[in-house]
Write a protein that binds this ligand. Structure first.
Ligand code: AMP
Length: 315
């Protein structure tokens, strides 16, 4: 495992490996690695010859009042976790400085219309521009055959897929399942901000999603249509029962267009929703100063099963 901090050195390494015909996988991260990140590295290891993990806390995806300065940074600890993967340890950890990635005031932004305005985009209006800009830069630096992203950040994954397709990037975008703590809470670097009380209250997010999946299954079993409202209600009731939680949103949307199925999707330019057999149930909530997100795709039976087996029935 080799640490590279400059684009020039990275490009020289990539050119050499490409010349030898090797398939390269990229896992972009902001560090503070946990098992969710490591699962992406393992997925990359399974289908690429060589794996690059980038560790870069990207300033442009944080609003001025967000936690860029406080975001946990521990490159040595991250490298130790990656090395502990043994065979699946990445070949390169790319850890550039901010000045290497943004050597001058950035005048160029990669903006994905529409998809970034919904869900998290409402409370973080500049966030996704920062994400799609830095991911474009990383794809241009590494030129990977495939890049791996977590379904925990489902909206981000949807935007990145669209950005890569719209800008003709020759890369496969791979979405990987959400990894959860033993009590069902989705792993997140921001869980480090939680007090013990808030950490235990955080279970309400995955419990709410569990309630939505169980509601959908009951409806299906009784031959009733699965309606977005019943899924939204199942999550909302669970969140409202937890006084420490301040809900940002609970939304039920088409997973491809992020449009609620009862709205028309013309603005999505060709990706308008058919009658969706899959519904993304997405939630964002504040616990103290931490903002947590989670989701499940109802109608995606693998995703439903994963969520049910990672959460327990509270009743
Ligand atoms: P971050 O370091 O938070 O920017 O995340 C880097 C990548 O790891 C993104 O593609 C995230 O979606 C993914 N990721 C974060 N948490 C999880 C998780 N619990 N399970 C799977 N992937 C995750």
């Amino acid at each position: 495992m080799r640490r590279i901090t400059t684009i020039a050195e990275l490009r020289a390494w990539v050119a050499e490996q490409r010349g030898a015909g090797r398939r390269i996988g990229l896992v972009p991260t902001m560090g503070a690695l946990h098992r969710g990140h490591l699962s992406l590295v393992e997925a990359a290891h399974r289908d690429a010859d060589l794996v690059v993990v980038s560790v870069f806390v990207n300033p442009t995806q944080f609003a001025p009042d967000e936690d860029f300065d406080a975001y946990p940074r521990d490159l040595q600890g991250d490298e130790a976790k990656l090395a502990a993967l043994g065979d699946a340890a990445p070949d390169v950890v790319f850890a550039p400085d901010v000045d290497e990635v943004y050597p001058r005031p950035n005048l160029t932004t990669v903006h994905v219309d529409v998809l970034g305005e919904r869900l998290c985009g409402r409370s973080r209006p500049t966030h996704f521009d920062g994400v799609t800009t830095v991911v474009t830069k990383l794809l241009n630096m590494v030129a990977p055959d495939a890049a791996y992203f977590g379904r925990k950040d489902f909206q981000q994954l949807t935007l990145i897929r669209r950005m890569a397709a719209d800008t003709n990037q020759p890369v496969e975008i791979v979405g990987c399942p959400t990894v959860r703590e033993p009590d069902g809470v989705a792993m997140s670097s921001r869980n480090l901000y939680l007090t013990d009380e808030d950490r235990s209250a955080a279970r309400a997010l995955s419990q709410g999603l569990r309630a939505a999946v169980l509601t959908a299954r009951e409806a299906r079993d009784s031959g009733t249509p699965v309606r977005p409202g019943m899924l939204r209600d199942a999550v909302t009731v669970t969140l409202d029962a937890e006084p420490r939680i301040r809900t940002d949103y609970v939304e039920v949307v088409d997973p491809d267009t992020l449009v609620p199925p009862d709205e028309r999707g013309e603005e999505n330019a060709g990706a308008a929703s058919k009658s969706p057999d899959k519904l993304l149930v997405a939630v964002a909530a504040y616990l103290g100063k931490a903002r947590l997100i989670d989701n499940v795709v109802v109608g995606d039976h693998d995703d439903e099963d994963r969520l049910l087996s990672a959460t327990t029935n509270d009743d």
